[in-house]
Design a protein around this ligand. Sequence first.
Ligand SMILES: Cc1cc2nc3c(=O)[nH]c(=O)nc-3n(C[C@H](O)[C@H](O)[C@H](O)COP(=O)(O)OP(=O)(O)OC[C@H]3O[C@@H](n4cnc5c(N)ncnc54)[C@H](O)[C@@H]3O)c2cc1C
Length: 324
Amino acid sequence: MSDAILVLAEHLRGEISEITYAMLGAGRNLAKALNAPLYAVLLGSDLAPLAARLGAADKVFLVENPQLNLASAGTAAALLKELMAQQQVGLVLVGGTNVSMGIGSVLSVRTGLPFVNFCKKISWDGALTCTSQLFGGKILADVKLTDGRGVISIYPGSFPAEAGKSEAAPTTVKLELPVAASTVLFKRYIEPEAGDIDITKQNVLVAVGRGIQSQANVALAEELAQALGGAVCASRPVIDQGWLPLSRQVGKSGMTVKPRLYLALGISGAPEHWEGMQGSQLIIAVNTDPKAPIFDGAHYGVCGDALELVPALAEKIKAKKGAA
Ligand SMILES: Cc1cc2nc3c(=O)[nH]c(=O)nc-3n(C[C@H](O)[C@H](O)[C@H](O)COP(=O)(O)OP(=O)(O)OC[C@H]3O[C@@H](n4cnc5c(N)ncnc54)[C@H](O)[C@@H]3O)c2cc1C
């Protein structure tokens, strides 16, 4: 049997995060291929009810300490290193999230194991091949971990979370590990703006970019989104102008969305934007510039003025709905 695979389970305010299930699903496939046990570790307080939801793992280790609820990368990495040595772990999966990305890189340095970031696909054919998304999706690099050992950060949304959910009751083991003092302390969690819609859950998104030209014109897009039964989201310049709240930003420093329809209005298609919406089922772009990069990836393109097209389209849809 090979060395164990360990998933660093993420949780927030009493809930297991979806990325944890995605990692458990990916880890389970690897465990089968490598004939290795699959472990999960939970750091923080009140962990028993959380552990009960990690039935996809063969064993769940609990390190109870309130200081670990949002531990610094250094503190968490020190614990993981100790756990790896104690339990013969060769491969660690962490979330490609704000919480865990730093932990993965520090752990890699401290253990001397390679770190594969932004991993979207993993396969095993005698060596472990991880496909890493670089430069906002412009490059996909296949990285081989020849001995199957390393630290991998899993790109959110790349592996199905359902595969890591199980009703089984896992074996849980409480560990007493020393928690190192940290120079970085978690002070408080700042809630995102409340009352706004969740753009990651919309089937239809009307996305506005700098080409929308003014805040007043965002209302045109709102009208179209309403007619289509969707919501409005935006590229970063629109958010930076304060025309829409941050919760509506799509892209590298915003949300990743996968709607059935993504209608991009006056968006050039910079890699940082593309990264957040490339998984949309149908992308239709409207842009005055025929050379805009968004047309390279969109399924359909309209070379024209969004400010003319949008009200006309909203009217047509409303008329059609009225007639129906
Ligand atoms: C570290 C980092 C993180 C970033 N994160 C993000 C992110 O999360 N999300 C994001 O979006 N960007 C992000 N960016 C910014 C990104 O690089 C681009 O600058 C940004 O996406 C451009 O937004 P845009 O397409 O709206 O504007 P522009 O690039 O200015 O494009 C506007 C487009 O509108 C077209 N246009 C103008 N008038 C009309 C009209 N009347 N009708 C139709 N088309 C018209 C123009 O031809 C042009 O193509 C990030 C950048 C960095 C460096």
